[in-house]
Design a protein around this ligand. Structure first.
Ligand code: SF4
Ligand code: SF4
Length: 217
């Protein structure tokens, strides 16, 4: 005997009919779901979509590559000699970035490379539309990483009640006051009236010689 949904004290309606009625009712209403790619998703501005590279800031220090847990950052560089700018000055050397690539098929988007970069050369971009049919095409070189820089959102404003940045405070603070009064003369021993005061000795008084501890015998 089939189970039927019965209202207490009323005529029983099969559950299938109730379901069909609900379907018919909602069919005529507009859909509430917005499906990608017809509708772009509303992502938070700080979403971890892809890592962008600001090449001018990169000094090829290799810190990000060393800290990356997946070893998916590849950096090549060479040294360049900069001639001295003044006569008799010393020439300097600097690193020139030849290659900077990230393999996004290995990257786990932990953000460690961005955190450790001391020169703000790496940034999160919310851009996520870089899927490829071939996994090998997810290895992106510095030119492609640089193209994502314009999609990096600007840093958020400081909280209005936050403390002033130390650098700003240091530049606006008045300089230290320079002591103009002469320093106090060195302390002199008390002398009888009419005699010349004897100045304190320059060296510390001799310490008494060490004596052997008493044994009590
Ligand atoms: S986000 Fe993490 S895994 Fe990806 S490149 Fe940076 S350090 Fe490596
Ligand atoms: S991105 Fe940053 S941490 Fe990585 S090599 Fe360049 S300067 Fe160093």
């Amino acid at each position: 005997m089939s189970q039927q949904a019965k209202k207490p004290g009323g005529i029983g309606i099969p559950g299938i009919l109730k379901g069909l009625a609900t379907t018919a009712r909602t069919m005529s209403k507009p859909a509430h779901t917005a499906e990608y790619p017809d509708a772009p998703p509303h992502l938070p501005p700080r979403s971890r979509g892809v890592i962008a590279l600001l090449e001018e800031n990169c000094t090829s220090c290799m810190l990000c590559a060393r800290e990356c847990p997946d070893w998916c950052i590849y950096i090549d560089s060479h040294k360049e000699t900069i001639p001295a700018t003044t006569p008799g000055g010393r020439e300097r050397q600097r690193n020139v970035l030849d290659r900077f690539a990230i393999d996004f098929s290995l990257c786990m988007y932990c953000g460690i490379c961005i955190e450790v970069c001391p020169f703000d050369a790496l940034h999160w971009s919310p851009e996520f539309e870089y899927a490829e049919l071939d996994i090998r095409d997810l290895l992106h070189e510095k030119d492609r990483l640089g193209q994502w820089m314009p999609t990096v959102p600007p840093p958020s404003a400081l909280d209005e009640h936050s403390a002033e940045a130390a650098e700003i405070g240091a530049t606006t603070r008045p300089g230290r006051l320079v002591r103009t009064t002469p320093a106090r003369p060195p302390a002199s021993r008390a002398t009888p009236a009419g005699q010349q005061a004897e100045s304190a000795p320059d060296t510390a008084p001799e310490t008494p010689p060490e004596t052997a501890p008493e044994t009590g015998e």
